[in-house]
Write a protein that binds this ligand. Structure first.
Ligand SMILES: Cc1ncc(C[n+]2csc(CCOP(=O)(O)OP(=O)(O)O)c2C)c(N)n1
Ligand SMILES: [Mg+2]
Length: 577
């Protein structure tokens, strides 16, 4: 408050010596460098949002809490600080909860702060406005959950939330803020004293020297070694150490989807285009921040072939070891510390992997890349995935610092393989769950947190889960270009209902013009029917930095069921009717 105003209104002087829950929460957030909030306003947090904004915190208002939650989740991934999502009670809380669970599953630090209703009434189940025992519901779905009942505990409550979110394996934290808390008044000096600045919120976890030596011994013994980089490695922001380690080892590496770009996909050691060969034929596999979950076929079965394998795993979470198969050399610690320790212990003359293995991998990769090349240059109308993605591949090559958001089925699986990524943390996508709906939330979060242009490559179904946020993108004038791969439906637009008049379950209105949606909010809409049109439209959007939505018309018959994971659909021994 300006001094002049105080002089005019002496009554405020007394007020200034008091503070309240609203202000303490704002002060606590700022003290810990949490200066962006993603949310949706309403009772009981509307005024809090206003005051936070007035105090200089960036408060981004969304159209649906799930999208605000995804923005916060990806903010956590990109910055290593918890992304903050703010919602109203019960329904708003539940809308945000999917994103909180998603953050936890993907190991992104995030704090969901929700207002909640009167404890006394909720606990007696007397039917309060938006009554729900939110703390109990959040608990099993996140890493930690806390409730703050007294203004003097706001500082410690937020400190616990921050530490829980970012230390060890990061994850989602729920912070329950009952309506009454905001209005609670206390002495301002005591309030200031109650705040906690979290020192070293994610302490380094140094691996044991024995574990490091064991890992290097196993790696050295390999005839056909492979390194798999996971998104944990991307999260760590230990980019230089990881690059040096991989290069010094000479081992072929396979980046998981969100680890693409840690080393460029065009790096001579990149085995991305020889994935099935390296999984099948490798004899030692070192995973850095990658888990042996379904995305890696649990480390066993057909995809991994017959060759006996030894696994080395680097992860901050000790429980991750032996989760699916035996880990011959577990290295537990934070990725940065582990990779630095490995680098140091490698010494000056680390032997290159056997030349025949390198040759096998390189020639398989080159063969696959050459096979794909002509398909990416096709100029078919209507476009197929390869023609359209070939264009986007070149655009990303020319703009390597843009952030690529990607979701869909075919749109996801094919883009992941085709679009090369050149820098760390430039590709963000559906993650561990293969969830649809991250698109616009991620695009907004990435634009806000990094200030970089964003290219969102979206299946038409995928886009629908968060499509209304194009208004948010226009409102904040974010440099986001959304390209919708419009094939009239989920996987394909050609399904027919064999019984009755309703459309088949996987198809949408044919020939929809998604580009018109953004025009309603003052953005630029383009209908692109050929690779050339697509190229021109995306380049113009990326040059202008203006919110743009491009409806890329894709052949409705071009995709396949469930993209590349059709094998996960349950099959019956009985014939399909
Ligand atoms: C939240 C959620 N709901 C449903 C699904 C199932 N699902 C997987 S991919 C997909 C949409 C695929 O269609 P589209 O985005 O148009 O991509 P296309 O294959 O057509 O290119 C759906 C609904 C999911 N993964 N996540
Ligand atoms: Mg589709």
């Amino acid at each position: 408050m300006a001094d002049a105003a105080v002089k005019e209104k002496p009554a405020d002087a007394a007020e200034r010596e008091l503070t309240d829950g609203f202000h303490l929460l704002i002060d606590a957030l700022k003290l810990n460098g949490l200066t962006t909030i993603y949310g949706v306003p309403g009772i009981p947090i509307t005024d809090f949002g206003r005051m936070a904004q007035a105090s200089g915190i960036r408060v981004l208002s969304f159209r649906h809490e799930q999208n605000a939650g995804y923005a916060a989740a990806i903010a956590g991934f990109l910055t290593k600080k918890p992304g903050v999502c703010l919602t109203v009670s019960a329904p708003g809380f539940l809308n945000g909860l999917t994103a909180l669970a998603h953050a936890t599953t993907n190991c992104f630090p995030m704090i969901l702060m929700s207002g909640s209703s009167e404890r006394e009434v909720v606990d007696l189940q007397q039917g309060d406005y938006e009554e729900m025992d939110q703390l109990a519901i959040a608990k099993p779905l996140c890493k930690a959950a806390f409730r703050v009942l007294h203004a003097q505990d706001i500082g410690i409550g937020l400190a616990r939330a921050i530490r829980a979110a970012v230390s060890g394996r990061p994850g989602g934290v729920y912070l329950d803020l009952p309506a009454k808390l905001f209005g609670q008044v206390m002495d301002a000096a005591a309030g200031q004293k109650s705040l906690v600045k979290v020192i070293d919120p994610a302490p380094a976890q140094i691996p044991a020297p024995d574990a490091v030596k064991r890992a290097l011994d196993v790696l050295k013994s390999a005839k056909r070694p492979l390194i798999i980089l996971g998104k944990g490695a991307a999260y760590a922001q230990a980019d230089e150490a990881i690059k040096s380690f991989v290069e010094k080892s000479g081992v072929p590496f396979l980046p998981m989807s969100m680890a693409k770009g840690l080393l460029p996909d065009t790096h001579p050691q990149c085995a991305g285009a020889a994935r099935s060969t390296v999984l099948k034929d490798s004899d030692v596999v070192m995973m850095i921040g990658a888990r042996l979950n379904w995305l890696l076929s649990h480390g066993k079965g057909k995809a991994w072939g017959e060759a006996p394998k030894k696994f080395i795993q680097i992860d901050i979470e000790p429980k991750e070891m032996d989760s699916n198969v035996e880990i011959a050399a577990p290295v537990v610690g934070d990725i940065g510390s582990c990779v630095s320790a490995l680098l140091n212990a490698m010494g000056g003359n680390w032997p290159a992997p056997p030349a025949d293995w390198i040759k096998t991998v390189t020639s398989k990769r080159d063969e696959n890349v050459a096979k794909m090349a002509p398909r990416l240059m096709n100029n078919n109308v209507p476009m197929d995935y390869h023609g359209a993605l070939g264009v986007l591949r070149t655009i990303v090559k020319e703009r390597p610092d843009a952030i690529l958001v990607n979701e869909g089925a075919n749109t996801l699986d094919l883009a992941r393989g085709i679009i090369d990524v050149y820098q760390p943390r430039k590709r963000i996508d559906v993650g561990t769950w293969g969830v649809m709906g991250i698109g616009m939330g991620y695009a907004i979060g990435a634009a806000i947190e990094t200030g970089k242009p964003v290219l969102a490559v979206e299946g038409d179904s995928a886009f629908g889960f968060s499509g209304m946020e194009i208004e948010t993108i226009c409102r904040y004038q974010l440099p986001v270009c959304v390209v919708i791969f419009n094939n009239d439906g989920i996987y394909r637009g050609t399904d027919v209902n064999s019984a009755g008049a309703d459309p088949a379950t996987t198809v949408f209105v044919k020939g929809s013009r998604y580009d018109k949606m953004i025009e309603a909010f003052g953005g630029t809409g383009v209908n692109a029917t050929s690779p050339d049109e697509l190229k021109r439209a995306v380049n113009a959007a990326m040059d202008s930095g203006k919110p743009t939505l491009i409806n890329a018309v894709i052949d409705p018959g071009a995709g396949s069921e469930s993209g590349r994971i059709g094998n996960l659909n349950p099959q019956s021994a009985l014939k399909k009717k």
